[in-house]
Design a protein around this ligand. Sequence first.
Ligand code: NAG
Ligand code: NAG
Ligand code: NAG
Ligand code: NAG
Length: 445
Amino acid sequence: MFSLALAVPFLLAGLQATAVSAIPSISAVGSKFFYENGTQFFIKGIAYQLTPSDPLVDTAQCKRDIARMAELGTNAIRVYHVDPNADHKGCMTALADAGIHLFVDLDTFTTQIEQTEPHWNETQFDRFKEVLDEFQKYKNTAGVFVGNEVLTTADGSAAAPYVLAAARDVKAYRDQKGYREIPVGYSAADIADLRPMLQNYMACSSNASERLDFYSLNAYEWCGESTYTGSGYSELQKNATDYPIPIFFSETGCMTPKPRLFEDQSAIFGEHMVDTWSGSMIYEWIEETNDYGLISYGASVDPATATGTNIEDGFTRQGTPTPVSPDFNNLKSQWATLHPTGVALSAYKKSLSSASLKCPESTSGGWAIDASSPLPTLGQTHGKGSSGATATSKNSEASSTESSATASSTKGSANAIAASSPVTERLLAGSLVLSGLVGVVAFWL
Ligand SMILES: *[C@@H]1O[C@H](CO)[C@@H](O)[C@H](O)[C@H]1NC(C)=O
Ligand SMILES: *[C@@H]1O[C@H](CO)[C@@H](O)[C@H](O)[C@H]1NC(C)=O
Ligand SMILES: *[C@@H]1O[C@H](CO)[C@@H](O)[C@H](O)[C@H]1NC(C)=O
Ligand SMILES: *[C@@H]1O[C@H](CO)[C@@H](O)[C@H](O)[C@H]1NC(C)=O
């Protein structure tokens, strides 16, 4: 009765199930990421947010995209917003099958930590927990972000302890639940005035429970044909040398001038940086208004009149992914030549020093945080009650974007976009469309 013809599909199903659970998890040790087998993990990643709410719920679409990601040589994606109550099994399994790991942001438009009047409370924490609860199920969840570009101006340092307090609580919750030690990190805007203070503050505590597990930077400094020193990367490297936790580019890929060459990849994986940096994430997968896409699902349509379930903001967000030419192939060619081996975990462990990073000192009119002050408690708001931060005057809403432009670390006019990274703009636009948060957008305008 039980013929071979019937048995084969069952066997294959069984094999596939094994293959899925076989994706190795990623852990952070010292300043590097490692696979379970002790090989160092370098990120060749893509920012993936087809729809503002959650791109990991449409399995068929994930599979179509993953085939193209695999062609590029992608081994990680970053997703900014997810719905913790949705079913992600199909997409997460398809990603695992392709050897692709996920870095996911824990916040929403309404729960993100804000630079202005920063606070960290139970409502925010609950939401962060829900996302962690959902994604810790998957072995290919490689890391979570407690914030994206919370600090955007030179005078925004008072928000830093709130970001770190969130990381402290997420790490404690992760450990209390007995979850795998999924690295908890932060994705920073590239603000020269805050560097290296913010970066160092996040990693300098002698108490590991009050440090990030990784730090990352959204940096668009390398535009067109540039060089390690001409781009500013040598300065980033100076500030990150001997950094004690993994650091990587959580967004990169300047698009002025076009076409994008992605030559910065060979610097990030090259002799000056590869011992320090764990790779990069290219912004972004889908071609939309901001014009950063590697993939298109069709020409733009008039947002005022176009209708259809797959259209938002004038762009189709589903279908057959068509590479944007020549950018897609340029990235593919870059990555195809870059195969850093790094260091084996066993050898690295022996070389790990216990020397810690010096915490940045508080300076008047600059970095306004006393690192020896206790972190904010859950429920605390800056300026109300005892705070780890020196009280700074609250940024006026109107001036906050302006000063971010002047505080931007950019070199040359081609980098003007770095003042507010494209994803911030896009997600804010998305929030207007999706949830009608007109107030939030008006605040930023
Ligand atoms: C360790 O695992 C990774 C990911 O599966 C793989 O690429 C690498 O070749 C493995 N290293 C060794 C030494 O087997
Ligand atoms: C936490 O802050 C958010 C705003 O970020 C607010 O909507 C919410 O009511 C606050 N929750 C608590 C418990 O105070
Ligand atoms: C380290 O930090 C955690 C979280 O804030 C705290 O509970 C613990 O007491 C600290 N440990 C030491 C030795 O200070
Ligand atoms: C960090 O980089 C800046 C330039 O971007 C430089 O002025 C500063 O000295 C560097 N600091 C360290 C500690 O490397």
